[in-house]
Design a protein around this ligand. Sequence first.
Ligand SMILES: C[S@@+](CC[C@H](N)C(=O)[O-])C[C@H]1O[C@@H](n2cnc3c(N)ncnc32)[C@H](O)[C@@H]1O
Length: 325
Amino acid sequence: MIFNMFKVYNKNSCPLKELENNSVDSLITDPPYGISYQHNYWDKDLPKKEIWENSLLKVKPGGFGLVFSSVRLMHRLMVDLEDSGFLIKDVLFWSYLNGMPKSRNVGLLIDNELGVESEKAGEYKYVQGYKKDGADNYKTEHKHKLTPSSDIGKKYDGAGLGVKPAYEPIILIQKPLEKGLNIAQNILKFGTGSLNFEGSRLPYEKGEGKVGHNPHEKGRVPANIIRTDEFNDGYDKFFLVPKVRQHKEDFNFHPTLKPVGLMHQLVNLATFENQTVLDPFMGSGSTGIACIELKREFVGYELDESYYKIAERRLEAIIKTPKLF
Ligand SMILES: C[S@@+](CC[C@H](N)C(=O)[O-])C[C@H]1O[C@@H](n2cnc3c(N)ncnc32)[C@H](O)[C@@H]1O
């Protein structure tokens, strides 16, 4: 489907044949993390390096990119990006409060290993699942709350296997400037080569302490920590983006939906108005929505037809009822 402000393709983004070389200003994407998140079939592996090599060709010299990743595998993704020719400039941390640790009570595992029955200590409501195709797929069961019975199990009661996740890394990359050009010459030739700090300043909150001797009237420049939710710890250096509560929009069942507010920050940082953003893994289209709202052109690819249709629907809706910022 091709509109003025966006072009989206229901196909594998590996070849990127529809795009001319040096035709997009920025690469902003949330690819598979390769961790089989919630057993999603598309998340078994990291993307092939070829996708990054082809993306590099499409981005203009000096163009910046922002690529989401996971704490466990960002090192591999960074190597792939670098080996494909991108420069690694920074890693932004998108920080939030409502991540859940994937863990087990080690004390109960020990009881089980010893063949000892753990003690029942009340009940709790267990909710599993999410909305698919607009239908509620939640399963609720009452489960017994257990505590370890064996002495060694009691010692390890509550011990776990992983800390609560509170951030996701976003790798800031750049395609090298054209050989022989300095930054100014590269910008004059391609319009790419710098981050858009003035377009991504974050207004101060009312009554908030200002940083530095001469605080800018439009707010602070973005930091490499992007915070979600409100942290009441007195820090005022970071910007806040509320984490999306899954399935705010009924029809959107994408399991790794990114908040549009967060995508706004990234689009504002990496691009200027009327520039073009490529997302080779668009999912339900959150990058595209932010682009349209911020007057950027968008090119997106999504392999899965059901996610593609959600993206198309969300993008069409935003074109019909724009909420331009
Ligand atoms: C992490 S999700 C993106 C979610 C998106 N940020 C959102 O807010 O909806 C990654 C997406 O990439 C898609 N994908 C995986 N491999 C692909 C490929 N080779 N070409 C196009 N899409 C692909 C998956 O189907 C999945 O929807």
